[in-house]
Design a protein around this ligand. Structure first.
Ligand SMILES: Cc1cc2nc3c(=O)[nH]c(=O)nc-3n(C[C@H](O)[C@H](O)[C@H](O)COP(=O)(O)OP(=O)(O)OC[C@H]3O[C@@H](n4cnc5c(N)ncnc54)[C@H](O)[C@@H]3O)c2cc1C
Length: 381
């Protein structure tokens, strides 16, 4: 059992009510149309969900990490795509906060603090996914600024985003030591935004290519230092991996809610299917997995709130466990609901599709296992 503070419980209950009353019913429709739900976006703005972690002095809510996980979990319980929009904005924000100097903070944080200004995280390229050191989006120093050429892909919230944290290389041969981050305003000449990918899940969360052609960026938009961008990638991925874990947890909880309700109602052989051991054990296994993931995620989140800094290993463990768990729980929820679970009349097939993404985003689970194993072997070395 997790013990939340009174404030965290208040946040949870407020978001849970919002989800139940305004988001749950829209989830199926926005999945089908693949349209970004601007009405829900406005609710997120009104509830301050895009400035959760922004310091109060810039107008933000300055929430702790645990509360951010609570928000993402609760939203994912009814809609994975909306949770992804918020989690990926946090990914951009985290990189920003890691590298921004005073001038950049003063310029951008009041905008984010307003609550309607989104920040994106642009790392992945067509030929640089898991092998993120092999970036080819190139930044060349030119006079008092930089010129950038290249292509990013699968960038969440593209088209909604106001400011991109863009990871480039100043020299591909330098791999990690060439990675350099810039702040790119959405209206910068030379930036064009590609088509919205037709995805399996998280369909209402736009994922697009970004193309940079001869894009000039002033030196003041350099985020951090030349060659030090990887530190910002790592900082952001570490924080967002736990949020993606919370997202997976919410999706699994939503699927379990639906499966339990269905199993109590649906009768076969003259009794509710929940009374068959074969079904009730599946429900019990769902609960075991969901509770383990919840304990893990909030233990890490609360440690971070208490000052733990080196949470890379635990972030990988949490993201990997929670997303594999969500895949299993959502698949089993479809099974519990039989043919009806396989139709779009019920939410679990969508949850299964949404859960799949959590095994891929913020580094695939194979990459998480590589990180976990490396860390483990070092400890025993
Ligand atoms: C919905 C969605 C949203 C996303 N949002 C963003 C975003 O906002 N910003 C962003 O920068 N990126 C984003 N991404 C990109 C995402 O981070 C990448 O898709 C992911 O890192 C994997 O890269 P890839 O797709 O190129 O797969 P690849 O790296 O080509 O991997 C293909 C397969 O090979 C496996 N593999 C690769 N290397 C190894 C290895 N060494 N050992 C074992 N297995 C390996 C992988 O695990 C995977 O199964 C998003 C992706 C999706 C699907």
């Amino acid at each position: 059992m997790i013990t939340f503070t009174d404030e965290q419980i208040m946040v949870r209950d407020m978001i849970r009510k919002l989800c139940r009353e305004k988001i749950a019913d829209r989830s199926r429709e926005v999945d089908e149309t693949k349209e970004y739900p601007w009405d829900l976006h406005q609710l997120f703005v009104d509830y301050g969900l895009f400035n959760l972690r922004v310091p109060e002095r810039y107008g933000g809510a300055e929430m702790d990490y645990t509360s951010a996980c609570i928000v993402v979990e609760e939203i994912a319980r009814v809609d994975g795509a909306c949770a992804n929009t918020i989690a990926h904005h946090q990914a951009g924000m985290c990189a920003f906060m890691g590298g921004a100097n005073e001038m950049q903070r003063d310029k951008y944080l009041p905008r984010v603090g307003r609550g309607d200004y989104l920040v994106g995280f642009a790392l992945t390229e067509p030929n640089a996914g898991s092998d993120a050191f092999s970036l080819t989006t190139r930044a060349r120093q030119d006079g008092d600024g930089f010129v950038i050429d290249g292509t990013k892909c699968f960038i969440s919230n593209s088209g909604l985003t106001d400011l991109y944290v863009l990871f480039t290389t100043v020299n591909p041969a330098m791999r990690r030591d060439g990675v350099t981050a810039f702040l790119v305003d959405k209206d910068t000449p030379g930036l064009s935004i590609g088509k919205n990918e037709n995805k399996m899940g998280l369909r209402a969360s736009p994922t697009r290519q970004l193309v940079f052609e001869n894009m000039r960026i002033p030196a003041e938009n350099l985020l951090g230092q030349v060659g030090k961008g990887w530190e910002l990638v790592l900082r952001s991925l570490t924080e967002t991996r736990v949020l993606v874990g919370a997202m997976a947890l919410g999706i699994a909880q939503g699927a379990m809610d639906a499966a339990v309700a269905y199993a109590r109602e649906r009768e076969q052989f003259g009794k509710p299917i929940a009374e068959f051991q074969g079904v009730s054990f599946m429900l019990a296994d769902m609960a075991i997995k969901v509770e383990c993931a919840r304990a893990l995620i909030y233990q890490i989140a609360s440690s971070v709130d208490k000052g733990m800094r080196d949470q890379h290993y635990y972030a990988s463990v949490a993201k990997c466990f929670a997303s594999d768990m969500a895949m299993k729980v959502t698949t089993d929820a479809v099974q519990v609901m039989g043919g009806y679970g396989y139709t779009k009349e019920y939410p679990v097939e969508k949850m299964m599709r949404d859960a799949k993404a959590t095994q891929i985003i913020e580094g695939t689970n194979q990459i998480q296992r590589i990180q976990i194993a490396r860390n483990l072997l070092k400890r025993y070395g």
